[in-house]
Design a protein. Structure first.
Length: 362
């Protein structure tokens, strides 16, 4: 597949905003077909392929629907004049580009859950992906798309602050920091870390290691705290030498160093796909299976188990993982946004979506 250049992505993003605005403003009415691709290409001064890429993104946002041999039809409720309380979209905002380059399985599962949830309500989700754009640019996209609220899956504090003054109901979803002064829906990271460490203890592990990011991210800080609590409850603690705070290129070397120790760990917490994959490869290279000899616990969104977690282990056994549901996260986020929209005041709330330990393949 041909790679997409930065210039093509930029052109697509500009055209995408223009077509989205034309749809939501009613220039292209709901139920009608958009002009042919070549006509749009001529109007916006870009290639037909750029138009097609943009339309595919709008299709994922449920603003248009492709009809074989007919083109793209504007979805019901997408245009102007639709009842705002029902048909205006809610926005899902990330720090990725419009192609969701580099998105994690959790991001994709959340977007899919938004699409399903809003479709059931006769509405839609507006995908807004900032790719480093400033708050003013994103706010303009939200207004052009007539979004009635926004769920932000981003650690961009400046973007959050810029949008807080817009009057739009906001919620942080799947992203958080300790002093965020806004409604938050987050995974129950502490409980997940506690359950995972306790499982290793109950399995007989006594040299438990941490492998992955540690202090940089909110998720990992909370998960580590939960694991520490489980060890403390058993009268134990992490050996500092078995805590590998790693991410990126150095992970493979760190995994090798960890497993080559004379006092090699008998249990490992690896709470990201990259960390777990690196650990599994290092264990395989040393003839260690992720089972009785070296136990491990991972972490994954439940909707991504089959597509992203299971493939990490090839034909081998799949270690247990802490799982959580993107659909539950979206349902709670939509409830909070609706309450704020209806005028609920008061302090921001923080909702933790349940995390549980899954011991068997799904």
């Amino acid at each position: 597949m041909r790679s997409v250049s930065n210039a093509e992505r930029d052109a697509c993003a500009v055209v995408l905003d223009k077509i989205r605005s034309a749809v939501t403003s009613g220039r292209f009415p709901a139920g009608r077909f958009l002009p042919p691709v070549r006509e749009l290409s001529s109007e916006y001064g870009v290639s037909p392929e750029t138009i097609r890429r943009g339309l595919k993104i709008l299709e994922r946002e449920k603003l248009v629907a492709a009809k074989a041999r007919q083109g793209f039809r504007v979805s019901s409720g997408a245009g102007a004049g639709a009842d705002a309380a029902r048909h205006c979209p809610v926005a899902y905002v990330t720090s990725h580009d419009a192609y969701l380059t580099g998105a994690q399985p959790a991001n994709l599962a959340i977007l899919d859950a938004f699409q399903r949830t809003t479709a059931q309500a006769g509405s839609s989700v507006l995908g807004v992906h900032s790719a480093g754009a400033g708050g003013a640019v994103i706010l303009e996209q939200l207004r052009a798309g007539r979004a009635w609220g926004a769920a932000l899956d981003t650690m961009d504090r400046a973007l959050l602050e810029a949008l807080r003054g817009s009057g739009l109901p906001l919620v942080l979803i799947n992203s958080c920091w300790e002093d965020a002064e806004v409604d938050v829906v987050i995974q129950d990271n502490y409980r997940g870390g506690f359950l995972a460490a306790r499982h290793l203890l109950d399995s007989g592990c006594r040299r438990i290691a941490w492998f992955g990011a540690l202090g940089r991210f909110y998720h990992s800080r909370e998960r580590f705290a939960g694991a520490v609590a489980a060890l403390a409850a058993a009268g134990m603690r992490f050996d500092e030498a078995l805590c590998a705070d790693v991410e990126g290129p150095e992970a493979s070397a760190k995994a090798a160093e960890l497993l080559d120790r004379s006092d090699r760990p008998d249990g490992v917490l690896a709470f990201s796909a990259g960390a777990m994959q690196t650990l599994a490869r290092a264990a395989q290279d040393r003839g260690l299976g992720l089972g009785a000899g070296l136990r491990a616990v991972g972490w994954t969104v439940e909707e991504g188990w089959a597509g992203s977690y299971r493939p990490l282990f090839g034909a081998g056994p799949v270690p247990p993982a802490v799982v959580w549901k993107a659909s539950s996260m979206v349902e709670r986020a939509m409830t909070l946004l609706a309450e704020r929209r209806a005028g609920r005041g008061g302090e921001p709330v923080r909702v933790c979506v349940p995390a549980r330990l899954s011991l068997t393949e799904r």
